[in-house]
Design a protein around this ligand. Structure first.
Ligand SMILES: [Zn+2]
Length: 280
């Protein structure tokens, strides 16, 4: 394995092993088991020709006050949507770039990224302090959109569910490996005996993709935000909770993660069909 890369990883383990984790080890392990589901990837179709218009009319119909903020963002160039954009991201200064892939997934991507944009550009933010919960906002709008459009757009929602789980499965594997390295380091002072190129590459790949801009968080906490957001957003949709100000505080004080993971309705809303529940 490339020595530079390995050294970088060793420093990462040394540093991050001292960071507090957002969840208890028991909760992390339960979450890992929950999302370690082996499913088939469902490919996105190519049937939707106007994803931008559809996403905008969703916000216009159900969240007119956010729609205004979005329209303003498009007019002033703060929001850019197109296939020429390198990566979808919403920056600290409020700018929002949405990359289109020219398949039906674009519709979900636009709804998702605009969720981040809204959170960053409203005065009373949904997520005020705990940026780790930023994904809850976007997953919430995605799932609310799904609920309001169920039966439409062909296989879009099943495909999205399969992609979400597969991506989170990779993340929980990276979390598991990273914790193994951190634990070993804390016990032995180095990780030389357990170097595994495949595991290290997965950790570095996911952390460099997802952790940019999340400097205050380590790999484990940053990657945890996706499976966590998937669970919590489903909980909110199922229980008709509105996306509201300081949702991060609400989550911390009111949600029992173990209860969420035992809730069959949530499981059904995350997985594609009942056959997929067998591994949970
Ligand atoms: Zn996101």
């Amino acid at each position: 394995m490339d020595t530079g890369l390995l050294e970088k990883f060793k420093r990462k383990v040394e540093m991050e092993s001292t960071y507090n984790k957002l969840l208890s080890r028991k909760a992390i392990n339960t979450l890992i088991n929950y999302f370690d589901v082996d499913i088939e990837e469902i490919t996105y179709s190519n049937t939707i020709s106007n994803p931008k218009e559809l996403a905008l009319s969703y916000y216009q119909e159900y969240f007119p006050e956010y729609y205004k903020i979005i329209l303003d963002g498009i007019k002033t160039g703060k929001i850019k949507i197109g296939s020429d954009i390198e990566k979808s991201e919403v920056l600290e200064d409020g700018k929002c770039f949405i990359k289109l892939n020219n398949d039906d997934f674009d519709l979900i991507v636009i709804v998702h990224e605009l969720g981040h944009y809204i959170n960053n550009n409203i005065t009373s933010k949904f997520v005020q302090k705990h940026r780790i919960f930023g994904e809850v906002v976007s997953f919430y709008f995605e799932k609310d959109f799904e609920e309001k459009n169920i039966g439409k757009y062909g296989n879009l929602f099943s495909a999205r569910r399969s992609h979400r789980i597969l991506s989170e499965r990779k993340m929980i594997h990276a979390i598991k490996y990273m914790l193994e390295y951190e634990d070993y380091y804390l016990e032995h002072g180095n990780i030389d005996a357990i170097i595994d190129e495949k595991k290290i590459k997965l950790i570095l790949k996911l952390s460099s993709y997802h952790c940019i801009g999340y400097g205050e968080y380590d790999t484990v906490n940053t990657l945890l935000k996706y499976p966590l957001a998937n669970l919590i957003s489903s909980y909110m949709i199922i229980n008709d909770l509105e996306m509201k100000q300081n949702i991060d505080e609400y989550i911390i004080y009111n949600i029992d993660l173990f209860e969420l993971m035992e809730d069959e309705r949530i499981r059904k809303s995350i997985l594609i069909d009942e056959n997929l529940q067998k591994l949970a």
